[in-house]
Design a protein. Structure first.
Length: 130
C-alpha cells in the first residue's frame, strides 16, 4: 500500500470542490438579565451567497463591489425580519443590541414562511449563478 501525502493546512477556497457557500447570521430576541427561562426566537434571517471559486463573479449583485480571493465573491443576499410568536414586543435591550425595532418585526413573516422564502431564494440563486 502506498502512502498518500496530504497538503498541510486549509485548502484555499478557490481550490475547493464546492461552488457556493451560504453564510447565515441570525438575530434573536433577548433580555438584559440573560434569564435562562427566556425563550429566544429568531427575529432576523440574513444570508449571503459566496461564489467560492470566483467562477460566477461576473454576475455578482451590484451591491458587492470588492473581490477578495481568500474569501470568495458575494453574489447574492437574502434578508428577512421574522415576526416573533412568543414575544409580542422586543425588549429595549434587544433593540439596542440588534438595531431591530418592533416596527421591523410586526408585519414580518413567521419563521416558517421566512424559511420557505429562504429555500426558494437558495434554489433560484443556485440556478441563476450556475
Amino acid at each position: 500500500m502506498r502512502a498518500t501525502r496530504v497538503k498541510a493546512g486549509p485548502v484555499p477556497l478557490d481550490e475547493q470542490e464546492i461552488d457556493f457557500l451560504f453564510v447565515l447570521d441570525v438575530e434573536a430576541t433577548c433580555v438584559k438579565d440573560n434569564d435562562p427561562n427566556f425563550k429566544q426566537e429568531i427575529i432576523e434571517l440574513p444570508v449571503v451567497c459566496i461564489d467560492v471559486r470566483g467562477k460566477y463573479s461576473r454576475r455578482r449583485a451590484p451591491e458587492f463591489k470588492r473581490r477578495d480571493r481568500r474569501f470568495g465573491t458575494p453574489v447574492a443576499e437574502f434578508r428577512s425580519f421574522i415576526q416573533p410568536e412568543e414575544s409580542s414586543e422586543l425588549s429595549k435591550y434587544c433593540t439596542k443590541l440588534t438595531g431591530i425595532r418592533n416596527e421591523d418585526v410586526k408585519s414580518a413573516p413567521t419563521l416558517r414562511t421566512a424559511l420557505q422564502m429562504l429555500h426558494e431564494w437558495v434554489d433560484a440563486t443556485i440556478r441563476t449563478h450556475s
